[in-house]
Design a protein around this ligand. Structure first.
Ligand code: MN
Ligand code: MN
Length: 460
């Protein structure tokens, strides 16, 4: 039952292809450090590939036919794609969905203050983080500031070699006796994850001169007032580029593999589709998975359903029944990362049901925690079908479960799509130190995920 290591199956030509995919992915990670940036990259690539926005198609009353390509931009934070297939939409779609939000520190709406001759910004962390991993390291600021007149200022500070970086301080070891005696979960508090932004006073300013200097810089360099931060979304993320990891360069270390590795594989598979598929292929890049898939840009919002209704309408086939049929008859891969087996923490895993780095794309029949709670548990019949598709298309794959039974767990967007009654299974890439500022994946698993998602969209 042991699954083979994917690296053993490659010839020279395939290794070359694998490295090309890895290079493209590292560039995607470097340019897409927020959900907005990832959505923008996706939309640019999709438009170049001939995808038309659903809104434009609706205005033009475009009669959709097989081979037509449509995308939906949901508030700049989520993107759906549809490549219209030969079969009627009511017969279902082949859906591949991943999320493009990642854990980070969000600036609060009233963030700035001065203390100890520093100007600092208060944050509220987003998603599940081990807080001690986010101190004493270089952070970059990414996001948008929307001014009252509706204009948007794009922020990206800390990525160019000449840019300054920012960060959260940690107490020096010499004075840490009390801190080091605390539980890891309590040693660093959420309120203490404040970011140092400056340390130079504004000459002639009496009250909070360092903060005044910072506000002056914001005004001069970005044209924003302190009050504009109320309508801003600024995310502090690890600064720097994704790098090859390991002396054999077999892995990639970078920020946001969860879940941009699946998002990238999904997007690449969508862009590489050749010919007209039998079933309509739907790709989904969604937001807010890390905080429970809540809000208008999350999977729990109804944009998939609405988009399906609009597409049926453009095909002259709209009815509520056809919308329901299209969703119910669909097959989906809920693409999210798996916990890669870590030999240093072997005790947290059950080895023969763990995801191994380098053994290919993972299928998690179920997720959830302690008794499969909160899980989508895929059907055996569906799992069997996927085994056949993967084997016929020479995809290296493995099955996985998130750690030992009583150890913990997690969820994905799978159960939300399963509400429509479609076939859904979790499928993704194994990640080492998931949710840490720098996560690790194997290039082989990325490569196999791209192959798997392509095969799924054409063959399921
Ligand atoms: Mn995830
Ligand atoms: Mn996650």
């Amino acid at each position: 039952m042991e699954r083979p290591n994917a690296w053993k199956t490659y010839n020279k030509i395939e290794l070359k292809k694998l490295e090309a995919v890895a290079a493209e992915y590292k560039d995607f990670l470097d340019r897409g450090k927020t959900e907005r940036e990832c959505a923008q990259i996706a939309i640019s690539a999709l438009e170049k590939a001939g995808y038309v926005s659903l809104e434009k198609a609706i205005v033009a009353k475009k009669a959709l036919k097989p081979g037509d390509k449509i995308y939906l931009n949901k508030m700049g934070k989520a993107v759906l794609t549809f490549m219209i297939g030969k079969n009627r939409l009511a017969e279902g779609m082949n859906i591949v969905g991943a999320h493009i939000d990642s854990p980070r520190l969000d600036l609060k709406q009233n963030p700035l203050y001065e203390d100890g001759d520093f100007a600092l910004a208060d944050t509220h962390y987003y998603g599940g983080i081990k807080k001690y991993q986010w101190v004493a390291r270089e952070l970059a600021l990414h996001g948008v500031v929307v001014k009252k007149d509706g204009t948007t200022v794009q922020i990206c500070i800390g990525e160019k070699d000449t840019d300054p970086v920012v960060g959260v301080s940690d107490l020096l070891i010499h004075l840490s006796q009390e801190q080091l005696g605390k539980k890891m979960s309590e040693a660093i508090t959420g309120e203490n994850l404040d970011i140092i932004l400056g340390g130079k006073p504004l000459n002639g300013e009496e009250k909070e001169p360092v903060k005044a200097k910072l506000i002056r810089i914001l005004k001069e360099e970005y044209g924003i007032e302190e009050e504009d931060l109320i309508s801003a979304e600024i995310e502090a993320v690890p600064a720097g580029k994704a790098r090859d990891f390991g002396l054999d360069r077999s892995m990639i270390m970078g920020y946001g593999h969860d879940d941009r590795v699946c998002a990238f594989a999904e997007l690449k598979a969508v862009l590489d589709l050749k010919g007209i598929p039998a079933y309509t292929c739907c790709g989904m890049l969604v937001d807010k998975e890390e905080i429970g898939s809540v809000g208008a840009t999350s999977m729990q919002s109804n944009y998939l359903e609405n988009a399906v209704a609009e597409i049926l309408d453009l095909q002259g086939a709209y009815s509520e029944l056809n919308v329901r049929r299209a969703l119910r008859n669909s097959r989906m891969l809920s693409c999210d990362v798996s916990a890669g087996f870590d030999p240093l923490y072997a005790g947290a895993y059950e080895k023969k049901n763990a995801a191994w780095l380098g053994r290919g794309v993972c299928f998690n029949k179920f997720t959830g925690s302690r008794g499969k709670s909160g899980s989508n548990d895929a059907n055996a019949e569906y799992m069997a079908k996927l085994r056949r598709i993967m084997d016929e298309n020479k995809v290296c794959w493995q099955t996985a479960e998130l750690g030992k039974v009583d150890q913990g767990g997690g969820g994905t967007i799978a159960y939300i799509c399963a509400l429509y009654g479609m076939e859904v299974i979790d499928s993704g890439v194994a990640v080492l130190n998931m949710h840490a500022p720098m996560e690790i994946i194997s290039k082989a698993d990325l490569y196999e995920a791209v192959k798997a998602y392509k095969a799924f969209m054409m063959k399921a």
